[in-house]
Write a protein that binds this ligand. Sequence first.
Ligand code: DON
Length: 325
Amino acid sequence: LISRAFRHQFIIPDWSGFTKHIEDFYWKCKSNSEGKVASYIPQLARMNPDYWGVSVCTIDGQRFSIGDTSIPFTLQSCSKPLTYAIALDRLGQEVVHQYVGQEPSGRNFNELVLDYNKKPHNPMINAGAILVCSLLKSLIKPEMTLAEKFDFTVNYFKKLAGGENLGFNNAIFLSEREAADRNYALGFYMREHNCYPDKSNLKEILDFYFQCCSMEANCDTMAVVAATLANGGICPITEEKVLKPDSVRDVLSLMHSCGMYDYSGQFAFKVGIPAKSGVSGSLLVVIPNVMGICTWSPPLDPLGNSCRGVQFCEELVSEFNFHRY
Ligand code: DON
């Protein structure tokens, strides 16, 4: 880092000029009072709607954060691209996509629907993510107990995050499991259609899915995860090669087309960068070969995306030409 600084070779040469803009966007979005905190899981409903944080990490490890960036939140759907990445990296694209599609569903994230092949549409919605959990459980080291598989997954997430804080929120996990009628319905519906490689362990698969949703991190940590994805799978903080570039390419392709619930098409059109949102109000944003960003603000729009997070992305691309096209 230091030798690059002396040589003026940073990916963002005028860092203080850039972060000044990030601060401006932050304050602009802070006054946005739209949206409602997710209420379908009681523990999530208690979130303070005023929380608002933005963290940035470039592929050469420059970092900036503003607002509530050290308060942990549960990953929720932001875990979906990560479990999908592990599955791709360990099993390869052909195996993973025998079980799950690549098509936006055009429906809500928890809709009881499969595609015309009777596969879940993509790994970014609940059905697809539950299926990906079954691949992790049944096809990668199937001899592992659920406890060992949880550790295995946490270790991957930690490596993506450069070893930074990553926890587990047991209250959310229990609350999630209590309020999971729809996910159970999805789980059984997929079993009826023989979607899983092994259908004998559905209860464990769903528990594993709830556990992935209940992992906890803050904006600073998740910005490093996004930066690892921006950097082709090499963590910019530790320089460890965590994922293969091919796996990262697949993850980003589906984040681009399916990462923002049923707003994905509009987001891809207006903002044009891969992103993934979660119901706790987090938003992972990846600007390939440049930086990762995580924003967090609990109030969600009617489609389930963080209102301040979406506004922030729109501000960002109106000032900088990060849109892929
Ligand atoms: O499965 C659920 O109900 C949630 N915990 C999913 C999380 C989420 O962010 C919705 N996603 N696509």
